[in-house]
Design a protein around this ligand. Structure first.
Ligand SMILES: NC(=O)c1ccc[n+]([C@@H]2O[C@H](COP(=O)([O-])OP(=O)(O)OC[C@H]3O[C@@H](n4cnc5c(N)ncnc54)[C@H](OP(=O)(O)O)[C@@H]3O)[C@@H](O)[C@H]2O)c1
Length: 360
């Protein structure tokens, strides 16, 4: 009896189920083994669903304390990971031999600025060193960075947009910590990485933009400043699809900006939300200068306590940036990316989910 093995390289295209593939009698197809870190979070939980949908053997990388609320599918395996413990990580990686790793764990908003560097940079570096120490390099290591690692495009010239080779000037510690990890990856000539840089991600389970929708739901439409902001968005399901596409693709040592390819202003968010929620609103604008002064005042105790308030000068600098347009041509060329959702369609699904789950 001859048995056929497809170790390491079998790639099942998106949506294909093993049962739809008719193998020879004794053909054995190994499922691709993928580790997704930060699986308990907003993007991570959607990544897990996307990978399961492709019949991959999915390991959710979580902490002891992580919620498993969105990780209820019985096919999910769990791997507890402590990114501060390199030896332990290396042992776990050696024991599991993952085909693919998506390193999505990270902090987006933390009260202590040094935690951006600790989690987004040092823990990522530890993780990659542990991969080397395990002596088992996956086919692909996909790092989830951010547009923030570039900082905004020109606010004065709105025809400017972020693209490879554009000057990089991150304007907050979050962006700087992501850039540092990208720079670390870029000097690893033999490491099969790709970097993903999403714009604003929205969708079911997202908690930051939700605040704006909650106000709209109460007939209040509040903005900071009154100048048009040009924003790039991506619906979380399109993002999850493109991350897994990049992960299983032959492309490596490359980075991709990710948005739905269109540009929106902050007023579009309000316009679509009002239509979908069927609300009339009272619109007001808080001057940026006033918000900046409040943020400065709130921040003063942080100089002693080290704990930054939710409204801080870093957040204000993001709100003040007028231009986050980015170039997704590499994504289209290498991965045939066509977004399934634009902002209006994505918001319909998102707001429906919020209502169904009593978040609105
Ligand atoms: N949301 C966006 O608009 C956006 C845009 C661009 C890039 N990104 C990137 O996408 C990734 C996911 O973001 P998200 O929006 O899904 O954030 P999220 O919902 O806060 O999820 C973050 C995930 O990272 C994990 N994590 C945080 N600190 C950790 C630590 N010290 N050790 C191990 N795991 C840790 C969290 O685990 P616990 O559940 O245990 O806390 C959680 O699973 C991040 O790398 C972020 O920078 C997000």
């Amino acid at each position: 009896m001859v048995e056929w093995f497809f170790p390491h390289d079998v790639y099942l295209p998106c949506g294909k189920n093993h049962s739809t593939i008719q193998p020879f009698n004794h053909l054995i197809i190994f499922m691709k083994k993928i580790l997704i870190t930060g699986a308990s979070g907003f993007v991570g939980s959607h990544l897990v669903e996307e990978a399961l949908g492709r019949d991959m053997e999915v390991y959710a990388g979580i902490r002891k304390t992580s919620s498993r609320q969105y990780l209820k599918d019985g096919r999910i395996r769990f791997l507890e990971m402590d990114f501060s413990n390199k030896n332990e990580l290396a042992k776990k990686l050696k024991a599991n031999k993952f085909d693919y790793i998506v390193h999505n764990a990270g902090v987006v908003s933390v009260p202590k600025l040094e935690d951006y560097y600790r989690v987004n940079y040092e823990f990522s570096k530890n993780f990659i060193e542990a991969i080397y120490a395990s002596k088992y390099i996956p086919n692909k290591f996909t790092y989830i960075s951010s547009l923030a690692s570039y900082g905004p495009a020109s606010s004065d010239d709105l025809s400017d947009f972020l693209k490879e080779g554009h000057i990089r000037k991150p304007i907050n510690t979050y962006g700087k910590s992501k850039l540092k990890t990208e720079e670390y990856l870029a000097q690893l000539n033999d490491f099969p990485y790709v970097v993903i840089r999403p714009g604003g991600v929205y969708g079911p389970r997202e908690k930051e933009i939700l605040t704006f929708f909650k106000l709209i739901n109460k007939n209040i439409e509040g903005y900071i400043g009154s100048r048009d902001q040009h924003l790039a968005f991506i619906y979380v399901k399109d993002l999850a699809r493109v991350i897994i596409d990049a992960t299983v693709s032959p492309h490596m040592q490359k980075a991709y900006f990710v948005s739905d390819g269109k540009y929106y202003t902050q007023w579009d968010l309000g316009k679509y939300a009002k239509r979908i929620l069927n609300k009339k609103t009272l619109r007001f604008h808080v001057p940026v200068g006033l918000v900046r002064s409040i943020a400065w005042l709130l921040e003063q105790p942080a100089k002693v306590t080290g704990k930054y308030p939710a409204l801080n000068l870093e957040k204000v600098s993001i709100l003040e940036s007028m231009n986050w347009k980015c170039d997704i041509s590499a994504l289209k060329k290498d991965l045939n990316f066509e977004p399934e959702y634009d902002l209006e369609k994505g918001l319909e699904e998102t707001l429906e989910w919020y209502k169904k789950n009593n978040w609105l």
